[in-house]
Write a protein that binds this ligand. Structure first.
Ligand code: F6R
Length: 611
């Protein structure tokens, strides 16, 4: 949530801050603003709404300087209005903030006669710092006094009128990356913010704070001792961040899936032996686990639901699924040596992070499946499996989901083979099937007209949509409903097909289309009965299926009642990966018909770093 960026440079910063905010806009777009120091004066420009509004305000009254900070906001405390937009400040201090200062109310009460200009939790930090500066403290001393007073999870970035070559940053929970290039210092919420600015980045650890000058970076830990943090290559390429030749980042990312699933597979598989390549995995610990607990949020949680079927079937281990926001506060039982698998695109989702720490405190082993290899989750997990989806900018997750499925499937095959619950030949044949998938994914993406027609004629005019599936594809029904909700704002529900008759069937009507995710797998005959039940009630039916499923519809004389989207045949275990693509495409094309802002849907932001 919220993106922050700062530059302490030798050249003007305003345009570069705004360009950085554009890269960060996926983290929030309720308002944006920058502050710069010029000739011993602090100037701010802020605007409610999208970054474009800030650009216009900036164009009509430009400001600039050699040091500055910027912010793109996902509102928590206070509405999406200009007076709540960051940077907050006075004549002497300007500050941007990501996260929540939980004790802001109590702190406000300690400040006496302050004129508050916003409803945010952030503004209190400005006044705490200013009060310290008024006592004669320099910025470092002011930070040392203020930081211990702040409770919550946050990242702060501050500039000071009287110290024009200094930026101060602090991290308590929310990430901050720092880079340097050609005698200038840069700081931002993530490596995406710094792409094109710094080739090497280091990450502050929890409790760290830093003083940036153009040519120096000093980092202190929570005890105010100087520390060093390792620099790593910033591999985020600006070129990969845009929309390419597509109208939306989401569509670009949907079409990247055959490639990035292939990249993820090739990082995990030895093509000569057709075996999963995990020589350094701690087999002795993990293979004795009495259960596997999966924990994640949102779309990543649905990936773990699919994985549950794979692990249960292949490894014959008890499985538990937890939503991170619930699990972190549960008095959960962690049998000795139990393996927790934590899945996240960003690796910064606060609930997933805290759930993983909770599991570690209980003595559990942790594996993180993460798309951002430098993220907090990746760094704190005992072991990490990176997904190679590349930066995902579209707010609705697509390629991160299918690469998570790919990595989870590889892990299930590897564990099953190592535990002896499947023979080596079966593991190799499953790996070969995975390697064979990409052509089928391309084929599923090539039937664009099918998605467009159904979106236009059936989904866009509907009052709501039901997604139904069984077994491995029940989580894909959940994911299909989530995608549609996120980018079309239509009501959608995902349900296990077999549960429909226990209540939801009451909703079936021509205005509420029902999308069945129904490959001809072991659940097909059961699902097909449910399809007939809906057809008998004049439901508006769409079926995502394969050749055999389409044939069954014809043979039962249902072709005038059921619209089929026919996908390539895939081995049963891989259908959730393939069938993710049509549900993404249906949501996308429906959002296009409804004229929605697909890459920046209302109320959402990409990375949820608040509770
Ligand atoms: C949905 C979506 C969210 C995320 C969830 C977890 O399209 O993107 O539901 O999946 O917020 O985020 P990560 O995976 O970054 O932990």
């Amino acid at each position: 949530m919220c993106g922050i960026i700062g530059i302490c440079g030798t050249d003007f910063v305003a345009e570069r801050l705004i360009a950085g905010l554009q890269r960060l806009e996926y983290r929030g777009y309720d308002s944006a603003g920058i502050a710069v120091i010029d000739h011993k004066a602090l100037h701010r420009v802020r605007a409610a709404g999208k970054l474009e509004n800030l650009r216009q305000s900036y164009a009509s009254a430009p400001i600039d300087g050699l040091t500055g900070i910027g912010h793109t906001r996902w509102a928590t405390h206070g509405g999406a209005e200009e007076h709540n937009a960051h940077p907050h400040g006075t004549e002497a201090v300007a500050l941007v903030h990501n996260g929540i200062i939980e004790n802001f109310h109590e702190l406000k009460a300690t400040l006496g006669d302050v004129v508050w200009t916003s409803e945010t939790d952030t503004e209190v930090v400005v006044h705490l710092l200013e009060a310290e500066l008024k006592t004669g403290a320099d910025p470092e001393r002011a930070m040392i006094r203020v930081l211990p007073k702040l409770e919550g999870a946050f990242a702060l970035l501050i500039c000071f009128r009287d110290y024009p070559d200094t930026l101060i940053a602090a991290r308590q929970g929310s990430p901050l990356a720092i880079g340097q290039h050609h005698g200038e210092s840069f700081i931002g919420s993530d490596a995406v913010a710094l792409s094109g600015l710094a080739d090497q980045v280091c990450y502050l650890e929890n409790g760290d704070w830093a003083v940036l000058k153009p040519d120096t970076i000093q980092i202190f830990d929570a005890a105010n001792k100087t520390v060093t943090r390792d620099f790593v290559a910033n591999t985020v390429q600006i070129a990969g961040l845009g929309k390419g030749n597509y109208p939306h980042a989401m569509l670009k990312e949907i079409h990247e899936q055959p490639g990035v699933i292939g990249d993820t597979l090739h990082s995990l598989i030895d093509p000569k032996t057709l075996m999963i390549n995990w020589a350094d995995y701690p087999q002795s610990q993990y293979l004795r686990t009495p259960l596997i607990q999966f924990t994640a949020c949102g779309t990543a949680y649905y990936a773990t639901l699919v994985a549950g079927y794979w692990f249960e079937q292949l490894c014959r281990i008890p499985i538990r699924h937890e939503m991170a926001s619930e699990m972190r506060y549960r008095d959960i039982v962690c049998p000795q040596n139990s393996l927790g698998i934590f899945v996240s695109q960003s690796g910064e989702t606060m609930d997933t992070m805290e759930a993983m720490r909770h599991w570690q405190e209980l003595g559990g082993q942790t594996t993180a499946i993460v798309n951002v290899p430098t993220s907090s989750l990746a760094r704190e997990a005992h072991h990490t499996i990176p997904t190679l989806a590349g930066p995902e900018i579209g707010v609705a997750s697509t390629k991160a989901f299918t690469t998570q499925l790919t990595a989870l499937h590889c892990l299930a095959i590897w564990m099953a083979e190592q535990m002896g619950s499947i023979p080596k030949a079966q593991a190799q044949s499953m790996v070969a099937d995975l390697l064979d998938l990409s052509g089928k994914l391309v084929a599923a993406l090539s039937i664009i007209e099918d998605y467009k027609i159904i979106a236009k004629e059936v989904l866009a005019p509907a009052s709501g949509v039901f997604f139904l599936g069984r077994g491995l594809n029940y989580p894909i029904a959940l994911e299909g409903a989530l995608k549609l909700k996120e980018i079309t704002y239509m009501h959608a529900e995902g349900y296990p097909a077999g549960e429909m008759k226990h209540g939801p069937i009451a909703l079936v009507s021509p205005e509420l289309p029902v999308i069945f995710i129904a490959p001809s797998d072991r659940w097909f005959s059961k699902t097909f009965s449910n399809i007939q039940e809906v057809a008998a009630r004049d439901g508006n039916l769409i079926m995502l299926t394969d050749q055999a499923g389409t044939q069954a519809v014809k043979e039962h004389g249902l072709d005038h009642k059921v619209r089929c989207i026919t996908l390539p045949d895939v081995p049963e275990t891989l259908s959730p990966i393939l069938y993710s693509l049509p549900v993404q495409m249906l949501a996308y094309e429906t959002a296009v018909c409804l004229g929605r802002n697909i890459d920046q849907p209302r109320n959402l932001a990409k990375s949820v770093t608040v509770e």
